[in-house]
Design a protein around this ligand. Structure first.
Ligand code: ZN
Length: 167
């Protein structure tokens, strides 16, 4: 879920979002034959901004408040679904198995984030600290605080800091 969340939030934040790319990401994260329209992707982009806001919260308290606001507005009573016997029973907080993609995405990701916050009692993620990178990440580690979206950005930032120190 951490990976699905960051892959989708970062892809949906790009300026030119390709419907096929978003569908491919959903497929990669377990959705069978996602048939997305450009309207679906437009709606997904809107909820992605709200979810991104939770990860970008500067404090744990603010992250909790933001995810609570999303839960209040976007989720429906918790239920179990097996999709008519085709899947193992699992949690849903959208209105229906046939709910629109954006509703399903914001509801299931909010559920993931509240569970993550209640288990770790730390900020659920952040925005990459590397120069010119605004990708978000989900922090599932239990050690130190994560600051970068990827190993690549962490290395880039370390090299830049080293150069600054020598200059
Ligand atoms: Zn980065």
């Amino acid at each position: 879920m951490a990976e699905r969340t960051t892959d989708l939030l970062n892809a949906l934040a790009e300026e030119d979002v390709d419907v096929r790319r978003i569908a491919a990401l959903f497929a990669e994260h377990g959705e069978t034959d996602p048939d997305l329209t450009s309207e679906d992707v437009g709606a997904l982009r809107e909820v992605a901004v709200e979810l991104r806001h939770v990860l970008a919260a500067p404090t744990l308290d603010q992250a909790a408040q933001r995810v609570n606001a999303l839960l209040a507005r976007e989720t429906h009573p918790l239920r179990l679904s097996d999709h008519g016997g085709t899947h193992p029973w699992h949690l849903h907080v959208d209105s229906d198995d046939e709910a629109p993609w954006d509703e399903w995405f914001v509801a299931s990701t909010s559920l993931f984030l509240v569970r993550l916050i209640s288990e770790r009692r730390r900020r659920p993620g952040g925005v990459c600290a590397a120069h010119a990178c605004d990708r978000v990440f989900v922090d599932t580690a239990h050690g130190g605080t994560r600051r970068f979206c990827s190993r690549r950005c962490a290395t880039r930032a370390r090299v830049a800091a080293h150069r600054r120190d020598r200059a």
